[in-house]
Design a protein around this ligand. Structure first.
Ligand SMILES: Cc1cc2nc3c(=O)[nH]c(=O)nc-3n(C[C@H](O)[C@H](O)[C@H](O)COP(=O)(O)OP(=O)(O)OC[C@H]3O[C@@H](n4cnc5c(N)ncnc54)[C@H](O)[C@@H]3O)c2cc1C
Length: 284
């Protein structure tokens, strides 16, 4: 189908984009890579009067470092981020996860900011953002505010970014000496995650000193698997220790049931994928 008619604006600064948003009010929609928004417009599930394209704001596409953080512009694409040396050196988990998003075409158009704001529970960006303790920098009419990944995912397809706001940056604390791995389970190549697990682990002197584990598509938002993390910290990263810790991965989760799998199957998968993700992250 062809989208309903809309006005198109392409501001060249964040300030101009915020002004355009304020002027257009509730009937505006922000366009990033368009990989989620365009299908929605074509199906006429949403018919905004104004589209505000962020694609002409070069500053939003930069990846840089600021002290202990890697700073990723909201409009950097999945492909740019996953190959960026700063991300590969300091946030290996994110690089691993974005390699699993869809296919090369989608990865070259889709952006980290768009994926996070879209907040699809099956999306592959949310769990790594949680596991890496990322912070989201949000610009609005009253200035900028920073929201932790823990507070960013509000509900199903709902993030902390308001109608009059823009996600401008994602700040990822450097995890330089940490291993990282994203284990995604799909039935067919390039599918959305049925379940996936993000793990980042720091091993020091043969012991797991730090562990962060987060789950994709095990509820309406990405979830931290804190019981797994607690069971891992202080232990040697042996296959048996990891197997026992991973057994609690699905505790307290309420995953969906659909044609790709029942909820109890997803809970089983969460344990299996957590074991694989942690072993790979710890390089066992
Ligand atoms: C065939 C196909 C397969 C896919 N498979 C996967 C997959 O396996 N895993 C996966 O994770 N994703 C997958 N995706 C989605 C892909 O990752 C998208 O890139 C992502 O969901 C949206 O990013 P985008 O930049 O295209 O955002 P858009 O589609 O442009 O925008 C998405 C939403 O976010 C809002 N928005 C965008 N940027 C901002 C911003 N900076 N500030 C405020 N609001 C903003 C928009 O208004 C819109 O509501 C797939 C997409 C397609 C088409």
């Amino acid at each position: 189908m062809i989208p309903a008619q809309f006005d198109y604006v392409a501001p060249q600064s964040v300030e101009d984009a915020l002004t355009a948003l304020a002027e257009a009010g509730d009937d505006a929609k922000v366009l990033a890579g368009g990989q989620s928004l365009l299908p929605i417009l074509r199906l006429r599930m949403n018919t905004p009067e104004t589209i505000i394209d962020l694609g002409r704001i070069p500053a939003l596409r930069e990846v840089s470092e600021d002290g202990d953080a890697v700073v990723i512009g909201a409009m950097a694409t999945h492909d740019e981020i996953r190959h960026h040396p700063l991300v590969r050196d300091h946030a290996r988990l994110l690089s691993s996860a974005l390699a699993e998003v869809a296919d090369p075409q989608v990865r070259h158009r889709g952006t980290l900011g768009g994926a996070l704001v879209h907040a699809d529970p099956a999306g592959d960006a949310g769990a790594p953002a949680l596991a890496l303790d990322a912070e989201m920098v949000i610009a609005g009419p009253n200035g900028t505010r920073t929201v932790t990944a823990d507070d960013f995912f509000v509900g199903l397809f709902e993030s902390a970014v308001g109608e009059d706001e823009l996600l401008v940056q994602v700040r990822v604390p450097k995890h330089t000496d940490w291993g990282g791995h994203y284990e995604k389970f799909v039935r067919t190549a390039q599918q959305w995650s049925i379940v996936a697990v993000a793990a980042t682990i720091r091993v020091d002197g043969g012991t797991i000193a730090d562990a962060r584990v987060a789950l994709t598509n095990m509820g309406s938002t990405p979830l931290r698997a804190r019981s797994v993390e607690q069971a891992l910290i202080g232990q040697a990263p042996s296959p048996e220790v990891v197997r026992q810790a991973a057994a609690s991965a699905a505790d307290g989760t309420e995953p969906p049931s659909d044609l790709n799998g029942a909820a109890d199957y997803r809970q089983h998968l969460a344990g299996v994928l957590t074991r694989r993700a942690v072993l790979a992250a710890a390089e066992v």
